[in-house]
Write a protein that binds this ligand. Sequence first.
Ligand code: UDP
Length: 257
Amino acid sequence: MATSLQRESRPVPAGPFRRVLLKLSGEALSGERDYGIAQERVEALASEIAGVHAEGLELALVVGGGNIMRGLEAAAAGMDRATADYAGMLASVLNSLTVQDALERRGAQTRIQSAITVAEVAEPYIRRRAVRHLEKGRIVIFAAGTGNPFFTTDTAAALRALEIGAQVILMAKNEVDGVYDGDPNADPKAVFLPELTHLEAIERGLKVMDTTALSLCMDNHLPIHVFALTDGNIRRVVGGERVGTIISTPTETGAST
Ligand code: UDP
C-alpha cells in the first residue's frame, strides 16, 4: 500500500517513456582523459540524470568499465582473457559506486545491483527486486555487466532492459552523435544515419553496440536511441525530441519498435 502510494506521488513523465535503461560506457566517465574517472564529468552527468529522474521517469543504468579495463585489450597484451574480463567487471563496479555517490549527493535514491557478488557495496542482481526499486522511484544501477566473461556491458544493457521491461535503451556516446556508415572521427565522408533497423546495423557491421547485444534487441523488438553525451541530450531524448539515431525493427503490423 505504502509503496503504491509512493509511486503515485512521483510525477508522470512528460515525454513518451515511462521506464528506460541508460547505458553509460566507462568512457562517458573519463571525459577528456584517456583513462580513469574525470570527477567533474561524473558530477555533470549525475546532475542531468538526477534531474531527469526527478521528473518521474523510472530509470535504470548500466555502467561500463572500459575507462579502466577492457578484457580484450588486456588479453591481447598477454593476460588470461577470462581473468581480464572479470577485472573489467570489477571496473564496472568501481564506476557504478562513483555514479551512485554523485547521484545520491543530488538527492536521488539509488541501488546498485551487481552481477558478481560484492556484498559489502552492492546488492546481488535480483530481477524482481530491481523492478520494485524502480517502482519505488529508485534509480537502479546494474554493475558488473552480465557477470560472465566474454560478454560486454552492452549485452548487459540489452539483457537487463528486457528483463525489467524498459521501453528503450539509451546509448549515450562519448565521441559521436549517432550512427554513421563509417567512423566519422577517421573518415570525413562517413554518412550519418538517422534511422536504421537492428538487422542493418548487424549486417553492415556498424559500431553501435556488439552483435550479441544488437541481436538480443532485434529478436525482442527493443529500440535503441544512440546520441552524443553532450549536456542536455539525455533530457531531450527522454522528452521525446528527435536526437541522434534510432535503431528499431518494424513489427508485422508496421509499427516500429
Ligand atoms: N565484461 C565482461 N562481461 C560482461 C561485461 C563486461 O567480461 O558481462 C568485461 C570485459 O572485459 C569488458 C570490460 O568488462 O571489456 C568492461 O566492459 P565494457 O567494455 O562493456 O565497458 P564499456 O565499453 O561500456 O566502458
